[in-house]
Design a protein around this ligand. Structure first.
Ligand SMILES: *Cc1c(COP(=O)(O)O)cnc(C)c1O
Length: 317
């Protein structure tokens, strides 16, 4: 990163950035083995997905997304006045492709899903895409680098698929704000048409340079994600020993429920100890905590805090 900052030239601030974001688009095309015409970049994947909503969704038919999922989809749908139907996940938090075989104006879901961490196989994804040739299907792969298999190869077969990824999670660059979509040339052209009608200069020149540069060091990227995966696998063992259950996670968090202790109470007690996990007081997931994988040292602190908390809660039960 320092190397890139050393190249930083103040004139980059004086001039408008390249509206085509070509340096980053080309680097992504090379890294993912697609044509630059198949790549769209934006200010984080939130910007990319919001652009995709604006571009592809908005007819009279409802778009479909799962009931337990990333919390922004319904927000964008509301903002853009797009009708939507949320499809409940199955009992064990899975996506059943049959539930998506109904009239719709588009489909979006994360894979792995958030906040469950559940990964669906490419067969499941393909079934949904195949079943819906007249809809754009967006697969939000924010967590794909933590062990899942990307739907990118399906692009060879389906023109209605859009795969969205981000530099914010597995590439540890949330502050840079880089997200991207890969799809058929046609879909990417439509998205760029909309972008150029809203704001041509979404990404600044420093971000474009840094994003392109970091893609060159694939070994470092593989190494850091492998560390998170190793810590997550250890967390699965340790949390199980502490009495937690969870759907198997392919992301950088674990969505865990304790066999006896109340999730809301554990959340409060962790917070008192300045350990922050996510808790949603919503009917179906009110007994779950989303625990993000930290460094091994941070995780050790979590396990000892949980051991204390569970003893305390048992004593007062
Ligand atoms: C984090 C996240 C995003 C957005 O990330 P950006 O920082 O905007 O790239 C989108 N979808 C899911 C499922 C996420 O978890």
């Amino acid at each position: 990163m320092q190397e890139i900052l050393d190249q930083f030239d103040i004139s980059m601030m004086r001039k408008y950035p390249d509206p085509n974001a070509q340096i980053l688009v080309d680097a992504l095309a090379k890294a993912y083995g697609v044509s630059p015409k198949q790549v769209f970049v934006g200010v984080g994947s939130d910007d990319v997905i919001s652009m995709a909503f604006m571009t592809f969704f908005g007819g009279n038919k409802p778009i479909l997304f799962p009931d337990v999922t990333y919390s922004f989809y319904d927000v964008w749908a509301d903002v853009y006045r797009i009708p939507y139907t949320q499809i409940p996940l199955t009992e064990d938090f899975r996506i059943d492709p049959k539930d998506y075989a109904r009239e719709n104006g588009g489909i979006i879901f994360p894979n792995p899903n958030a906040p469950t961490g559940v990964f669906e196989s490419l067969d499941t994804i393909e079934e949904i895409i195949k079943e819906n040739p007249d809809s754009i299907v967006i697969v939000d792969e924010a967590y794909i680098d933590f062990g899942g298999t990307s739907a990118l190869p399906l692009l060879d077969k389906y023109e209605n698929l859009l795969v969205v990824q981000t530099f914010s999670k597995s590439r540890s660059m949330a502050g840079m704000r880089i997200g991207f979509a890969i799809g058929s040339e046609k879909l990417i052209r439509f998205m760029n048409d909309v972008k150029f009608s809203v704001n041509s200069y979404t990404m600044n020149q420093v971000t474009l340079l840094c994003g392109a540069k970091t893609l060159e060091d694939d070994a470092y990227f593989r190494d850091t994600t492998a560390k998170i995966i190793a810590t997550r696998e250890e967390a699965k063992k340790r949390l199980t020993e502490l009495g937690f259950t969870f759907p198997d996670s392919y992301s950088n968090f674990i969505f865990a429920k304790h066999k006896t202790a109340d999730a809301g109470k554990i959340f409060e007690k962790l917070k008192e100890r300045r350990i922050f996990v996510r808790y949603w007081n919503k009917s179906r997931i009110s007994q779950y905590l989303r625990i993000t994988i930290g460094t091994p040292e941070e995780m050790e602190r979590l396990y000892s805090a949980l051991t204390e908390i569970l003893t305390e809660l048992e004593a007062t039960a």
